[in-house]
Design a protein around this ligand. Structure first.
Ligand code: G6P
Length: 479
């Protein structure tokens, strides 16, 4: 115990499992929320590697253990770390900044200090479990300093980094007081992956502007510093996806299909069920969606007897003030719409502030005639891809914000600008009224695309590029 070394190590702020304690005090593990876990879990199971991350509760120190074929290496975060590194710098500075300042980012030096210190602890923990010449894959914006810290401690490692959220344009990124440190931190990796072409471009531009390094997409030339040799870093897009087969299999199961029929029935068999599924986050445009829907009811273009909107809003980052405010706003709006338009037998919005297991999600997707994804900014949005994967019947209409990474691929969705409320309303009406032949044609094209680019392709593509980059740098240094 404690001294095992692994050839493949993944690190993310949150482990793929959350610790849950039941009424009797017994603890167990269940998959944690968020797209990252969904994307990486199948790869990890095959790779027989280790996963370093936080257990989801403060001040909990646990020994490494195996979970469903994955070696889990828990890292303790204190209450202070949570307030300053996680809720502060990660989720009240970087998150709003990287999502185009939809909410104003806060800049606090104590938060930054905590971010540096937690990133260093992650780097130390990864270094301790990595075998000589191991491959390490660091995930997401919470850990951007880890690649450089890890390279300094362990130059033998091959280091990849993937940013699951957008990387902002330089005009926004340059607000960050610690912008150069972040860029230098990331450049410790051999390969830096982004969701979209635009994200990779924004990063390369920031490197040129802040550090003056030469870049020729996808290569960034990092000059030698003291004893550290010159290196080549690759920065390019690898759009993430989902485990399509597993998801489709789930949707095809008789239990899930029966549950979908039950959901329709329980909602009073309306002509149209619309669905929104999001973490309760201000980037998701839930308010914009509700506004459009409320206006359609108000104008009589929709009737509450004919349509129900099911809005799943899973709890998220509930101690961060912006998230608290958002919850109040959304719940007030839902209450108002239901109060104004609901009847004893028909609710306009069925609002669920919970997370649900995958089976229930698959049933909801099958039951939904129209899926609404109205994010104001989103790295990818895996919900859009899950909806498409679940629709083995080739039916259902996806209304999709052009500000999601998914819109680069799902071109036959009804693409919308969520800020344009009239445009959203028209897209909703078009989705509801769309003839079956057109629905099928559009859904088939999306299903083909999602099938071709599933999560295995994402991870294989990234890891192949990582292996090649390292081989080339080995050849260069032995020249
Ligand atoms: C997004 C981020 C992930 C994060 C997830 C859930 O998908 O890209 O890194 O884990 O949200 O957020 P949380 O703060 O609860 O981990």
């Amino acid at each position: 115990m404690g001294d095992e070394r692994y050839d493949f190590v993944v690190a993310s702020n949150r482990l793929p499992v959350d610790r849950v304690v039941d009424d009797t005090g017994a603890s167990s593990w269940r998959p944690s929320p968020g797209g990252l876990v969904t994307a990486l879990e199948p790869i990890m199971r095959e790779a027989d590697g280790a996963w370093v991350g936080w257990v989801g509760q403060p001040d909990l120190e646990l020994e490494p253990f195996d979970w469903d074929g994955i070696r889990i290496v828990p890292l303790k975060l204190t209450e202070h770390d949570l307030e300053n590194y996680y809720e502060g710098f990660a989720n009240d500075t970087l998150w709003p900044l990287y999502h185009d300042v939809i909410a104003p980012p806060s800049y606090h030096r104590v938060w930054w200090d905590s971010y540096v210190s937690v990133n260093q602890r992650f780097a130390n923990a990864i270094a301790a479990v990595s075998a000589p010449d191991a491959t390490v894959w660091v995930q997401d914006y919470q850990l951007q300093l880890v690649p450089r810290m890890l390279r300094q401690a362990r130059p033998d490692l091959t280091i990849g980094f993937f940013n699951h959220i957008p990387f902002p344009a330089y005009g926004i990124f340059s607000q960050l007081p610690w912008r150069a440190q972040i860029i230098e931190g990331l450049l410790g990796a051999d390969v830096i992956g982004f969701q979209r072409v635009a994200d990779a471009g924004n990063f390369s531009r920031a490197v040129r502007r802040l550090l003056g390094y030469a870049t020729k997409s996808p290569v960034i030339e990092v000059p030698s510093h003291g004893r550290a040799p010159a290196r080549r870093v690759i920065a390019k897009p690898f759009p993430i996806s989902i485990d399509v087969d597993t998801f489709e299999r789930l949707a095809r199961s008789p239990e899930v299909q029966a549950r979908a029929a039950q959901i329709r029935h329980d909602l009073g068999d309306p002509k149209t069920i619309m669905l929104g599924v999001d973490r309760l986050d201000y980037t998701k445009g839930i308010g914009h969606r509700l506004k459009a829907y409320g206006e359609l009811l108000h104008e009589g273009r929709l009737k509450v007897e004919d349509v129900t909107l099911v809005q799943v809003a899973s709890p998220s980052r509930e101690r961060v003030e912006t998230y608290r405010q958002l919850r109040d706003e959304i719940e007030q709006t839902v209450g108002r719409i239901n109060g104004d338009y609901g009847t004893i037998s028909h609710q306009a919005v069925s609002y669920l502030h919970h997370g649900f297991p995958r089976e229930e999600m698959a049933a909801l997707y099958l039951a939904a005639d129209v899926m609404l994804v109205t994010a104001l900014r989103d790295g990818m949005n895996l919900v859009a891809k899950e909806y498409v994967a679940a629709r083995f019947d080739d039916d259902g209409v996806l209304v999709l914000s052009e500000f999601t990474g998914a819109s680069d691929e799902l071109r036959t969705a009804l693409l919308i600008n969520p800020h344009d409320i009239e445009g959203v309303k028209d897209a909703i009406m078009r989705a509801i009224e769309m003839p079956r032949a057109e629905r099928v044609k559009r859904m088939r094209a999306m299903r083909k695309r999602v099938r071709e680019n599933d999560v295995n392709r994402w991870s294989e593509g990234f890891l192949r590029t990582l292996a090649e980059a390292r081989r080339r740098s080995g050849e260069r240094s032995s020249d």
